[in-house]
Design a protein around this ligand. Structure first.
Ligand code: ZN
Length: 248
């Protein structure tokens, strides 16, 4: 079974549609690691699409705040403004969908899903030391996480050596392949579909065939300007509009 691994779509319908078009025919089922909404201009459209895909989805911090399940007091002013805008836009059934999304970790077909870290959905795992606990305690050899919007990950080998994995395809290349090795645990981030922050503005996702020990990390260019125009129309904060051009 091949899984399309989506994370941090952040209400960016154009990035989602482009990712789905590029990956068409290459997967059997979809999973989503949370943050379907927040920042972007298309919350209802993106939720509708994710629901139509039948994606197995866990919640992210922006889904909690966007639905009103959690207050926005911990968000910076720009994120808070976007979350409040999102709350006003959501159709009742989509708000309820976000509210009832399960908390990770969730195990599926031999791998696990978390939004942030294994024990804390809101923790940002950016350094090997932060990845260690999740790598040691994960219920499966491979765990996918999101939240940082940085495509890549970490591995813990049989020699207990922890490594940061660079898995971003070079410019002009669509994907880079990771081979899952026996005796090694992996914490893997597919990257953010709708708001990349690793300096590469292309939409990010992964396609995993864990039974065959393969995970492909994808990057696809999309029409950033059309998303920016919708954000401007919606009156979303300018820093959020600008950062899409840079992937920062
Ligand atoms: Zn996010």
């Amino acid at each position: 079974m091949r899984f399309l691994i989506l994370s941090d779509i952040h209400a960016n319908l154009t990035a989602l549609q482009t990712s789905l078009a590029e990956s068409e025919g290459k997967w059997d089922k979809v999973v989503c690691l949370g943050d379907i909404v927040g920042y972007g201009p298309d919350p209802n459209e993106v939720i509708d699409r994710v629901r139509a895909l039948g994606a197995v989805t866990i919640r992210g911090n922006h889904d909690k705040v966007g639905s009103g399940l959690e207050s926005a007091e911990d968000f910076n002013p720009v994120a808070r403004a976007a979350a409040m805008w999102t709350r006003e836009q959501l159709r009742p059934e989509n708000r309820e969908y976000l509210e009832t999304l399960p908390l990770g970790p969730l195990s599926i077909d031999g791998f696990s899903l978390v939004h942030g870290a294994l024990r804390d959905e809101d923790e940002y795992v950016v350094a090997p030391a932060q990845a260690l606990e999740s790598l040691l305690e994960a219920p499966s050899q491979v765990t996918f996480f999101g939240h940082t919007h940085l495509q890549g990950g970490f591995s813990l080998g049989p020699d207990n050596a922890i490594a940061a994995l660079r898995l971003r395809p070079a410019n002009g290349e669509k994907f880079t392949k990771l081979e899952i090795k026996k005796g090694t645990n992996y914490l893997l981030n597919p990257g953010s579909v709708g708001q990349p922050r690793d300096g590469d503005p292309r939409a990010a996702f992964a396609i995993a065939d864990v039974a065959h020990s393969e995970v492909d990390f994808w990057r696809v260019p999309y029409e950033v300007e059309s998303v920016q125009q919708r954000m401007e129309k919606a009156g979303l904060p300018e820093p959020l509009i600008l950062r899409l051009s840079f992937g920062r």
